[in-house]
Each structure stands twice: as C-alpha cells, then as structure tokens.
Write a protein that binds this ligand. Sequence first.
Ligand code: ATP
Length: 360
Amino acid sequence: MAEIVIEDLKKQFGDFVAVTNSSLTIRNGDFFVLLGPSGCGKTTTLRMIAGLEFPTHGKIFLDTEDITFLRASQRNIAFVFQMFALYPHMNVEKNIGFPLKTQGTGRSEIRKRVREVGKLLHLDNLLKSKVSALSGGDKQRVALGRAIIRRPKAFLMDEPLGSLDAEFRESMSFELKKMHNDIDATTVYVTHDQNEAMAMGDRIGIMDKGVMLQADDPLTIYNKPRAKFVGSFIGSPAMNFIDVNAFVQKGSTSVKINGSNLTIPECHEDSNIDFNYLGIRPENIKIVNKGDIRGKVYGVEYLGANKIITVDTEFGRIKVRAPSVINAKFGDNVGLEFDSNSIIIFNGDDETAIKSQFIN
Ligand code: ATP
C-alpha cells in the first residue's frame, strides 16, 4: 500500500499538450478512478505514474520517494493492461508465477504464492489449465494474478474490463474492487465509463482536455461539481445549465431570472463577470402549477420508479426527474421550482464553480 502524489504534471508530445496542470494525491488504500472522455489524458497520466512515459514537467512521488524519472522496472508498481498479454503456451500456474521466476525467487516460494493468489482470485481449480482454453474473465483474473503476485505498492489499471461484455463487466468490477480491499492495495483505475467510476471509485479524478478538473469522492463529485464539465459528464441525464445574465455579488442570496428573484446558496465572493451559469440536477427540480420558470413539456421518459420530463423553457431545454405519479404530457404548460440549496453557480468565463460555494 502506498500514497501517490502528483505535482503540477505536464506531458507534451511535440507541440501537443496531452496533460497539464495536474496535481493530485492518491491516498494509501484508495481505489482511485481516472475518468474522462477519450483523449483527455487518462492513459498518459497513468503511463507517467508507471514510468512508461516521463513528464515534460512536474513530479511524481511514491510515498516520499521521488520516482519521476525512475524506469518502470525500478518502481514497485504493477500495470494491468486492457490487452493483457498472457503466455499461451504456459498454464495458469506458470503465467501467474512468471514475474517471480524472472526475479529469481525459489520454486517452493513461487508455488506457495501462486496457490495463495489462485485462492484469492478463485483460480485454484484452473492452475493446471492452458490459458488459451480460458474464458475472457478467467484470463483477466490470471492477468491480475500476475500483477498481484509481486506484491507491488500500487496497481495501475487501464480499462482492464473494456473487452468484456456488459454483464460480465459488472460482476468482474465487483470482484476487482473486492480484491483491492482484500489485499489492501492502492489502485489507480482508468475508465471513460461514468457508471463504472461511480460504482468502483473511493475517489474519482475527472479529466478534460489534459486537465484534472476535480478529485473527490463520488457523492461530492455528483452533488458539488467544481466545473461545468464535471456536472455535464457525470449523471444521466446530466446536470441542467441555465445562463444567468447577472453579476453575482458577494453576499447575494438570489439572482434575477425572468424578472423574478431566484434564491441561490449565499455567495461569499463576487463572480467578477456578469454572465454565469446556474447548474441544477434534474432531481432537484419540481414540476409545479405556478413557478417563475415556465415551459412546455417536450417529452416524457418512463423509467419505472421515476420519469424524466423534458421541458422547453426560454432558458433552454430543462430535464426534471419526477416521481412516476406526476402527470405531465407533451404540450402541457408547467412551472418549475428549483431546490435553491442544490444550485451551483458556475463562472461563465472559465466554467468553474464559484469557489465559496464549497466553504462549509
Ligand atoms: P482513451 O480513453 O481514448 O485512451 P485517454 O484519455 O487515455 O483516451 P491519452 O491516451 O492519454 O487519452 O491521450 C491523450 C492525448 O495525447 C490524445 O490526443 C492522444 O492522441 C495524445 N497522445 C498520446 N500518446 C501520444 C504519443 N506518444 N504521441 C503523440 N500524441 C500522443
């Protein structure tokens, strides 16, 4: 188990900046998920932690050791690839034990540790099987076994479940998390799947365009996004955003919208600019008869326990998650009531949340 600290990391490929301004602490024992759209710099960040790429700028520490420019083989970190390369001519036991063999560990010690790992990953009955005869999930377990057996300080995983079908992916993700807990590991896990990230992560780091926008526990990420991108990337449907053409002043507890005052959480700082966004999750809006924001129902999606009602307003299309008993149909004229405590104000200039909203 180890702590990984990243300080002001930057990686440039020629003129192209793949990762920039990234600082982050991955705590001892964290299952830390790096999440973001394709090309945002997740793999590049992971490869720098692994020692497969060296940063253009910044530092990486494993516990207190500066490992920034150590080669991968000099770091006590295991990398589990999506396209795991197992040795097809060797059986499961030999594949798992291979890293210890290359380290020169004695045969009886290798056998003992392979048995331990096999038990942990439910591969005990398959130790003598050829890997070519295994299912995708079992192959994935063998790949994990090969990473675990070295007892590294941390595990790095790049979309390890990416090649599995949806059902199997879900069960493997539970197993992976359980294994992480069982061996008390520190894990950095890359995915572009928000559901996987929310289900597995103790903490999630969200990246966009090479920048780490927020690193927090899943609940905080969901309820208190610090950037507009985070609110839009997490949640289905995404957070609603409404342009507020108003200067949000220090001490403000409301903004004028549609000629009426809409209550907002108290601001402790000026927004500096006079165009801002207001962000609100669909479940924090109620359909009401009256209401300052009005619109016409554009669509209703039934989800069983609740429904998503899409309302066209003069501020754009707003999605509301309502109990299924709420009656609303296409074309109905409805009012919307916002839960003011759940509103986040985003600075329209750089699309980050106004910081004072996060002071408890
Ligand atoms: P994905 O989920 O698609 O793998 P990612 O978030 O992991 O995306 P990276 O693989 O880190 O993204 O890539 C970030 C950007 O850096 C991409 O635009 C990619 O094309 C670019 N990039 C990565 N490696 C190199 C390289 N060796 N040379 C040039 N550009 C690179």
